[in-house]
Design a binder for this molecule. Structure first.
Ligand code: 13P
Ligand code: SF4
Length: 332
């Protein structure tokens, strides 16, 4: 191996040549069997990674799969907080990820030392945190939620209960609006969902009057206000399959469009444009993962996600509460 373990843990795979004649799809399939490994991928991953994954899903689905798997090694094709979630739920498994530097702007917007002070400033509040946060934030929370179950989890608490919601202010504001609650919101946001251009979406609607706008609740209020459907990635995917409409303007990360086309080949999907010069909106963190890095991380079982056991146990409590509540509330 060209690099040592420490370097790979810290810097990832740099200057490692892979034999160009190798069929990585075949090699990865071989490694899955050899190492009893499962590949869990988020919908925002590259098409190649989605196609080789054993399970593709949203954060709730991925957490459930990570908890239930019997594989010896969980290969997490997503971002750091997702791999952490897998380790929190299934600590005896080795969790590896293609690039340890695949972070998340939303998670980074909420550092634990500041959040701790925020909680102290708001006594007698239940802390609900969106799963897109670090293990440190999870450990400070009472219940975790995902975009699939956030509203139902908030509504399961008594109306008079004071709540802190973190870290996504857009999802929090969306739930406040739809439940009539007044949760205190942490001021964080996702760099991908925050920069959709309302003006460009409206122009697209003029050119495609039949198209339905579907949006993730991490989008800003103005975009959500013109959406025909709002939901998590898997809920958006399922909406495009069931709805009679044949054209959709998709306001979330573009990776999901791969599954939408696969599931509804006759339908047309237009990525909602951001305010910058790009036509579509990729998450730079999610897209750090490549098929090459996926192959290398399975071959060398690095980089590996390690977690302090005290932190893991503290972060597990609110995760367990979410999984139990989701089951109780019948959320798919
Ligand atoms: P879901 O797939 O759970 O809707 O989350 C979207 C997201 O931003 C993940 O980073
Ligand atoms: Fe984080 Fe947004 Fe990227 Fe999801 S899409 S990983 S929330 S930065």
């Amino acid at each position: 191996m060209i690099q040592d373990v420490h370097n790979i843990q810290k810097m990832g795979y740099v200057n490692i040549d892979i034999d160009p004649t190798l069929d990585l799809f075949v090699e990865i399939e071989k490694l899955k069997i050899e190492k009893n490994a499962i590949i869990l991928a988020h919908y925002y991953q590259d098409a190649d990674i989605q196609d080789i994954a054993d399970y593709i899903g949203d954060s709730l689905g991925l957490a459930r799969q990570a908890q239930a798997t019997n594989a010896d090694m969980i290969v997490f094709a997503g971002v750091h907080f997702m791999a952490e979630t897998a380790k929190i739920l299934n600590p005896t498994k080795k969790v590896v990820l293609p690039d340890l530097n695949a972070g998340c702007s939303l998670s980074d917007s909420c550092p634990p030392f500041l959040f701790e002070k925020f909680i102290v400033q708001h006594p007698n509040h239940v802390v609900i945190s969106y799963i897109n946060c670090s293990a440190g934030i999870k450990a400070l929370s009472d219940i975790i939620c995902t975009s699939s179950n956030a509203q139902a989890i908030v509504e399961s608490l008594p109306k008079e209960q004071n709540i802190i919601f973190a870290p996504d202010r857009n999802l929090g504001a969306y739930i406040n609006k739809h439940t009539g609650r007044n949760m205190v919101l942490w001021n964080g946001a996702c760099m991908v969902h925050e920069i959709f251009s309302l003006e460009k979406i409206i122009k697209l609607k003029v050119r495609h009057p039949e198209a339905k706008v579907i949006a993730h609740p991490e989008c800003e209020e103005a975009v959500l206000a013109i959406a025909d459907f709002i939901g998590s990635t898997s809920q958006m995917l399922s909406f495009t399959q069931k709805d009679n409409c044949s054209e959709f303007i998709v306001a979330t990360e573009t990776g999901i469009i791969h599954q939408m086309i696969k599931n509804s080949p006759g339908k047309h999907f237009i990525p909602a444009p951001p305010t910058n010069a790009c036509a579509c909106n990729d998450c730079p963190h999610m897209k750090l993962n490549t098929l090459e890095k996926l192959y290398l991380c399975m071959k060398y079982e690095l980089p590996e996600l390690w977690m302090d056991e005290t932190l893991r146990l503290a972060a597990k409590k609110p995760m367990d509460r979410m999984l139990a509540l989701s089951k109780e509330l019948g959320i798919q």
